[in-house]
Each structure stands twice: as C-alpha cells, then as structure tokens.
Design a protein around this ligand. Structure first.
Ligand code: SF4
Ligand code: SF4
Ligand code: FES
Length: 245
C-alpha cells in the first residue's frame, strides 16, 4: 500500500490548489503555504471568523462552511468572506414601562414578522441550526425555545446573506438569549461570584504579569494552559479551579 497522501484539487478565491485530502480547508491551505492573518480566530468552530461559501463539484447547492471545520473535497470551489456588514447588536436590557421581554425583542427586530419561511437560512447555516425555526419562536414570543435553538450560533452571519426579508437572524436570536436570560431564568450564582472576582482586581494583576512576559514566555504559558482534552467524553471534564462552577 502506498504511503502517499491522497491529493484533491480545490479552488480558493479563484486560484487552483492541490491539497491533501482529509484535511480541513484551513489546514489544507496552510500546508500549501497560505497564511491567514485575518478571517481566522479560534480554530475550533466557535468564533465564526473563518466563514466561507463553497460549492461541491457534484451539487448545485451553495453552502456556507467554517474553514476550520469543513473538509476539502475534490473539485470544491471556495470563496472566503472578508466580513458581512451588519448593525452591531447593542441591547439595553432595561424594559420600557409595560413591555415584556418577549414584546421587547419583537420591538427591536420587528422584521422577523416578514419571514416568508423559505428555509434558505436553515439550509445555509454551517453549524446546522434550524434558523427559520428560531425566527418562528421569536415571532411566537417563545424566547426560551429560541434561546435554546440558537445557542450554538457562531454569529457567522451566513444566514443573513440569503434572507429575502433582510432579517438579521443572529442578532434577533442574541436579543432573545439576552432578554430571556435577564428576565426569565433564575439568577446564576456562579456568575455573581465571577463578577466579584473580576471587581476584586484579581484578573487585573494577572493581566499585568502576562503583559510583562516575552513572546517566548507567553507562548510557553499558552502551551501549558489547562484545557479540555480533545478525547474527553462530552460533559465529563472539569477544570482544576471549580470555584466558579
Ligand atoms: S444561525 Fe446564522 S449566524 Fe448563526 S451560525 Fe447559523 S448561519 Fe451563522
Ligand atoms: S431566510 Fe429569512 S425569510 Fe427565509 S426562512 Fe430564513 S428568516 Fe425566514
Ligand atoms: S476560526 Fe473560529 S470558527 Fe473557524
């Protein structure tokens, strides 16, 4: 059996590359020499910074993906998205006199009522969220369900691109999670403890120490950081410091 890795042909921003099969788009492109100083963040499928649009060779469907998560396929054509213009979601959490949290979210994002239920947003979401579903939940005033359904949103904004009703689904969902958390969920004791720790200056002194490190010392500290092992079964890992749990 040959030990040679299988090679696939892909297009990225209009340039053809031969890359190794089985890699994520990000790793495959880095292996052939590309360096991403923008458009990549966490590398773990969380931040949404590495959003791309792509088509596969055997499908007419336009898809959205995350470079750090989606694998390369032969004949794939990929377009990196520099950013998607949006209004920053700033939400004042005080409710105007007489408004419920549910009504307030609808007042902030009345355009959710224009959803024509085309399903394009759900088809495009790179993390598989039923976007149309949570838009409907916000319309019905079910903020708990909307918060739960949208919880894994990485704010990549891909769903916004295809919406014929110009709805900013991720921002409306963010408002649903914020207002639901503020007014409908029990107070989170551990959050209060975390705030106390923050206000005590604990992190300020740590931050000062980190700022004095050289780049090499900083990298070494980063490598030694405590982190969840990749192979830990979901929900089993706990950090050493459990004071905030
Ligand atoms: S809901 Fe929209 S913004 Fe959130 S991850 Fe899915 S496509 Fe991206
Ligand atoms: S793309 Fe827009 S109109 Fe279509 S289902 Fe999603 S939110 Fe509704
Ligand atoms: S780099 Fe953060 S989701 Fe890919």
């Amino acid at each position: 059996m040959s030990g040679l890795a299988t090679v696939v042909n892909i297009g990225f921003d209009g340039t053809a590359y031969q890359v190794t099969a089985g890699r994520t788009i990000l790793v495959a492109l880095e292996e052939v020499g590309l360096r991403f100083v923008r458009g990549v963040g966490c590398r773990g499928g969380v931040c949404g910074a590495c959003t791309v649009l792509y088509r596969l060779q055997d499908s007419h469907q336009l898809r959205a993906g995350l470079m750090c998560q989606d694998e390369v396929h032969d004949g794939m054509e990929i377009l990196a998205l520099p950013y998607i213009p949006q209004k920053k979601a700033i939400h004042k959490l005080q409710l105007p006199e007489g408004n419920s949290p549910e009504y307030q979210v609808l007042s902030l994002y009345p355009e959710v009522n224009n959803c024509v239920m085309c399903g394009e947003c759900s088809r495009l979401c790179p993390v598989g969220i039923d976007v149309m579903g949570y838009v409907g939940m916000i319309k019905r005033g079910d903020l708990r369900a909307a918060a739960q359904h949208s919880f894994t949103c990485v704010q990549c904004q891909a769903c916004v691109l295809r919406c014929p009703s110009s709805i900013s689904q991720p921002n409306a969902a963010l408002a649903a999670r914020r207002f639901h958390g503020r007014y409908r969920e029990a107070v989170a004791d551990h959050l209060g403890k975390a705030l106390e720790k923050l206000e005590s200056g604990y992190y300020r002194s740590l931050f000062r120490k980190v700022r004095r490190l050289s780049a090499v010392e900083f990298q070494a500290l980063y490598q030694r950081r405590e982190r969840e092992p990749d192979d830990a079964p979901p929900g089993t890992w706990l950090p050493e410091d459990r004071s905030l749990i």
